[in-house]
Design a protein around this ligand. Structure first.
Ligand code: FE2
Length: 393
C-alpha cells in the first residue's frame, strides 16, 4: 500500500476473550471499582437462556446484578433508554453490563448519556463529539458475531415521538471493556450467523480498500478476513456445537469493528443502509449480497488492494496482474456466499431478500445521501448506485 500522509487509530477498550471469559466479569468489575451491575439485554437473549450464563458468573462474587433490563427494542429508542436510566438510578447501579447485539448496547449507551449528561432529552445531545461528561463504565458482551459494536463509538437511537433516528458518535461512547465468550453466540440460527458474519466480512473489506485505509486497520482487517474465511461456514453449519468456529467468528467481528471504526466503510454499507430503510432487508444480508457487485464497481480504482485479499480469503495468488488477482478475490467471495447459500439458504440476490424491482430507484436515491460514501474509493452518483443495485437484483 502507499503509506497515508496522516492517519489515526483509536481502540481504547480492554478485550477479554476465551471459552469461559464470562467468569472474569466480577474481577473486571472489581478492577473498575464497581459493585452493582445493570444487565441490559432483550427478550430474545433471555429466551435463549444466555442470561443464565451471565448470572452463573456472579456466583460467590463480591459484586452482583441488581436487575436484568430485557426491554431493549430491536431499534433502541429514547423511551427505552430513559426508562433504563431511571431503573439504573433506582437500583443504585454503577455499571452497565450490555448483553446482546448492537441494540442492547445502544440502549445502554443512551441511558448512560442521559445519566451522565444530567439531561432528560437525548435530542439535545445527538451528533458527533457532543458528550462532555465522563460516562459510567460499560462492559459489552456480544451475542452475535457481526456488528463489532463492542469496540465502536457510535449509537443509533430511535426517537419515538419525533420518528427520527438519532446518531451519537463520541470517543466517550466506546465500551470500557468487551468480553467475548463463544457460548454466548452458540444459539444464533444459521441464516443469522451467515448474515452477521458477512457484515463483519464487509467491515473488514471496506476498511481495507477505502480512502482512510492505514497500516493498523489493514492488519486488523486482514486478520478478520482470514478468520471469517476459515470459520463462517463451520459456524453456520454447526454453530451449536462448534465452539472453535464461534470463537473465531467472535474475534473476527471484533477486529473488523476495530478496523472500520477508524477506516470507516463505503458503498456497500451505503447501499445496504438504503435497502434496510426502503425495503427492510436485514443489514448483514444486504451487505453480503451487495459486496461482490460493489467490489466490481470499485475495481478501476483499487484493484491492487482487492487483489491483496485473495490470500486471506484462502485462495492462491496465481499471477502478478492486479486486475486478475482482484477478480479472483471477488470470485472467492462469491464462492463463500454460494457455500453459505447451500448450507442455510442465504439469499444471493436482492430480489430473493425482499426487494422489489420498482423500489430500486428509491433505494439508489437514499443511498447517494448516505455518509459512508464519503470514504469510498470511487465517487458514486445516482446512476452508479442504481447500476450496482440492478446487477445485485
Ligand atoms: Fe455493518
Amino acid at each position: 500500500m502507499n503509506m497515508p500522509n496522516f492517519y489515526q487509530h483509536y481502540c481504547p477498550g480492554r478485550i477479554i476473550a476465551g471459552y469461559d471469559a464470562l467468569k472474569k466479569i466480577p474481577s473486571l468489575m472489581d478492577r473498575l471499582g464497581c459493585k452493582t451491575a445493570m444487565v441490559v439485554t432483550d427478550k430474545g437473549v433471555v429466551a435463549a437462556g444466555l442470561i443464565k450464563h451471565v448470572e452463573a458468573a456472579f456466583e460467590g462474587a463480591d459484586c452482583s446484578i441488581a436487575h436484568v433490563f430485557d426491554e431493549s427494542p430491536p431499534d433502541s429508542s429514547n423511551i427505552a433508554s430513559n426508562k433504563l436510566a431511571g431503573l439504573f438510578k433506582g437500583y443504585k447501579c454503577d455499571l452497565f453490563l450490555a448483553v446482546g447485539g448492537g441494540s442492547a448496547l445502544d440502549t445502554a449507551k443512551g441511558a448512560n448519556i442521559v445519566i451522565s449528561q444530567k439531561s432528560d432529552d437525548l435530542l439535545n445531545i445527538q451528533g458527533a463529539e457532543n458528550i462532555e461528561a465522563d460516562l459510567l463504565p460499560t462492559i459489552a458482551v456480544p451475542t452475535t458475531a457481526g456488528t463489532g459494536s463492542e469496540v465502536t463509538k457510535a449509537a443509533v437511537i430511535y426517537n419515538e415521538e419525533k420518528k427520527v433516528k438519532m446518531l451519537f458518535s463520541a470517543d466517550k461512547l466506546y465500551p470500557t471493556m468487551a468480553v467475548l465468550d463463544p457460548k454466548m453466540s452458540a444459539t444464533v440460527p444459521p441464516k443469522i450467523t451467515a448474515a452477521t458474519g458477512l457484515d463483519a466480512l464487509t467491515h473488514s473489506i471496506e476498511a481495507f480498500i477505502n480512502l482512510q485505509k492505514n497500516p493498523i486497520d489493514d492488519a486488523y482487517a486482514v486478520a478478520a478476513i482470514e478468520l471469517i474465511a476459515k470459520y463462517i461456514v463451520r459456524a453456520t453449519e454447526n454453530g451449536a456445537s462448534d465452539m472453535e468456529a464461534r470463537f473465531g467468528m467472535a474475534n473476527a467481528a471484533l477486529m473488523a469493528g476495530a478496523a472500520f471504526s477508524n477506516s470507516m466503510v463505503g458503498i456497500v454499507h451505503s447501499l445496504a443502509h438504503a435497502c434496510g430503510a426502503v425495503c427492510h432487508v436485514p443489514h448483514g444480508l444486504a451487505n453480503g449480497i451487495l459486496l461482490p457487485w460493489s467490489l466490481e464497481y470499485n475495481l478501476p480504482r483499487v484493484a491492487e488492494y482487492i487483489g491483496q485479499l485473495c490470500e486471506p480469503l484462502g485462495c492462491e495468488q496465481t499471477g502478478s496482474d492486479p486486475l486478475e488477482q482482484a477478480r479472483l478475490t471477488i470470485r472467492a467471495i462469491r464462492d463463500l456466499e454460494e457455500r453459505l447459500n447451500g448450507v442455510c439458504g442465504l439469499p444471493l440476490r436482492l430480489k430473493d431478500a425482499g426487494v422489489s424491482g420498482d423500489k430500486l430507484p428509491m433505494v439508489a436515491r437514499v443511498a447517494v445521501n448516505d455518509g459512508c460514501l464519503m470514504y469510498n474509493p470511487l465517487e458514486v452518483g445516482y446512476e452508479d448506485a442504481l447500476r450496482v443495485l440492478r446487477n445485485a437484483f
